[in-house]
Design a protein around this ligand. Structure first.
Ligand code: SF4
Length: 452
């Protein structure tokens, strides 16, 4: 290991959702304060941490693949390996027994203990969880409210306003890996927003597993998002992911009425069939969901709706699937993330509903929905041709360093040439849309155009 006077180098790899990215930012901050250094280079690291996700099979398999790679490294030189996050919480027995190379195992509520556990493992200088230890107790109170995350830069700052979830959708592992729902104090959230603006972030995205059920004394989500939108220097506010059951009128008023709150709502559907929705414990019916989507559109016709859909949940028939298919036709989402159902250990569905839809049927239903959605997205994008839209500059386009990439407030990607007019990162520019596909809008920044 390192000389005692040299800080230990930690490399963090993050898998899964945006909440995990945010947690890695918290962990970076905690480790830095405790005297560790962070490195992007795994080869130089004394410690490799994997912040893991338990939601989908894919993320799961990737973590096991990386652990196999780390075993080869660990056979060659001293290395402390830590598994953090949802897999550490949900699969602690499996990881403890089958992965003797894991030295430290820390669930989402145990990050404050991480520096101590790493120090112990580094000083023990031997492999195995016995040398480091584990912190996998779920908390009813931990919100990390006093820790300012260490962000990588960029124009967007993700800010978690709550942790955990009480909804217990039958397919979902989150209530077991992240525990019961708890909201941060509004003062802590607003302090973090101010610090993010100070650091150069002009867009804030409020995060929560069930973001719109935020509650802290007499603050609800509508009041909080309005307060965030009013912080000087904040140009745009987004939020993800809301649950369709928590949409009071005040929240519609906030989204429709405040110019800084983006006109985009991600409204996870999961299924368009009442029987499957009930098995999933989603607590809304197909009709209630359709009424909500219609109400959102009536409040702001230009608002973009996006969604998540699961295909092949246990016992889903072709007729059940067609209910989802027809709902997608009716709502005309701006985009949809469509997944094959994958059974997660320890969930209600894993205990009660057999995962009995063949993989090829799940895959075929996913393909049919993707084929349905793509032309809808392309059509909605084409409707924007000729309009001049406010677009926030996010960075270079992937295609060329001579082009900007930005987003409309409905979250659609726009590309235009830097030579059109000067622009700075994080600023909002008027861009006239010239062409559109399902993936992207192509535009031009007229040097004389202004935003009304
Ligand atoms: S609302 Fe449902 S799907 Fe979302 S995190 Fe909570 S239990 Fe999981």
């Amino acid at each position: 290991m390192k000389q005692p006077d040299k800080p230990h180098q930690v490399h963090i790899e993050t898998f899964g959702c945006q909440m995990n990215e945010y947690d890695s930012e918290l962990v970076r901050s905690l480790l830095r304060k405790a005297g560790f250094e962070l490195t992007e280079d795994r080869e130089r690291a004394d410690v490799v941490l994997m912040n893991t996700c338990a939601i989908r099979e894919n993320a799961h398999n990737k973590v096991y693949g990386h652990l196999a790679e780390l075993k080869a490294v660990k056979d060659q030189r001293p290395l402390v390996v830590g598994v953090l996050g949802c897999m550490a919480q949900n699969l602690k027995e499996e990881l403890t027994e089958k992965q003797p190379l894991v030295d430290v195992l820390v669930g989402p509520d145990g990050y404050r203990q991480l520096p101590g556990l790493l120090t112990k493992a580094l000083h023990a200088g031997e492999q195995g969880l016995a040398q480091g230890g584990l912190a996998v107790d779920l908390s009813e109170y931990e919100t990390y409210d006093d820790i300012l995350p260490e962000r990588d830069g960029g124009i967007n700052a993700w800010i978690a306003i709550m942790r955990g979830c009480d909804n217990f959708c039958s397919f979902c592992v989150v209530p077991y890996t992240r525990g019961r729902e708890r909201s941060r104090d509004p003062e802590g959230v607003l302090r973090e927003v101010e610090a993010a603006v100070e650091a150069g972030h002009t867009q804030i995205t409020l995060l929560g597993q069930n973001v719109n059920s935020y509650r802290s004394d007499d603050w609800d989500f509508a009041r909080l998002i309005l307060a965030v939108a009013e912080v000087p220097g904040v140009q745009r506010v987004r939020f993800t992911s809301p649950h369709p059951k928590d949409f009071p009128a005040a929240l519609f008023d906030a989204v429709a009425g405040h110019p800084n709150i983006c006109k985009h709502i991600h409204l996870p559907l999961q299924s368009g069939n009442d029987r499957i929705l009930e098995l999933m414990n989603r607590t809304y019916s197909r009709k209630e969901y359709l009424d909500l989507a219609a109400h959102v559109r009536s409040r702001h016709p230009g608002i973009a709706l996006t969604t998540d859909i699961i295909c092949g949940f246990g016992s889903e028939t072709e007729a059940d699937f067609l209910d989802t298919y027809r709902l997608v036709q009716e709502v005309r989402y701006h985009s949809a993330f469509v997944f094959k159902y994958s059974e997660r250990k320890n969930t209600i569905a894993a205990r009660k509903f057999p995962d009995d839809i063949p993989e090829e049927v799940k895959g075929e239903r996913v393909s049919r929905l993707v084929d349905l959605q793509r032309p809808i997205t392309a059509g909605l994008n084409r409707d924007l041709i000729g309009q001049t839209l406010p677009v926030m500059v996010e960075g270079d386009s992937k295609r060329s360093p001579d082009q900007w990439m930005g987003r409309t407030d409905t979250n659609i990607t726009v590309i235009w040439n830097k030579s059109d007019a000067p622009a700075s990162l994080g600023s909002i520019q008027p861009v006239t849309i010239l062409d559109a596909s399902a993936a992207v809008l192509m535009g031009r920044r007229h040097s004389t155009a202004t935003l009304s």
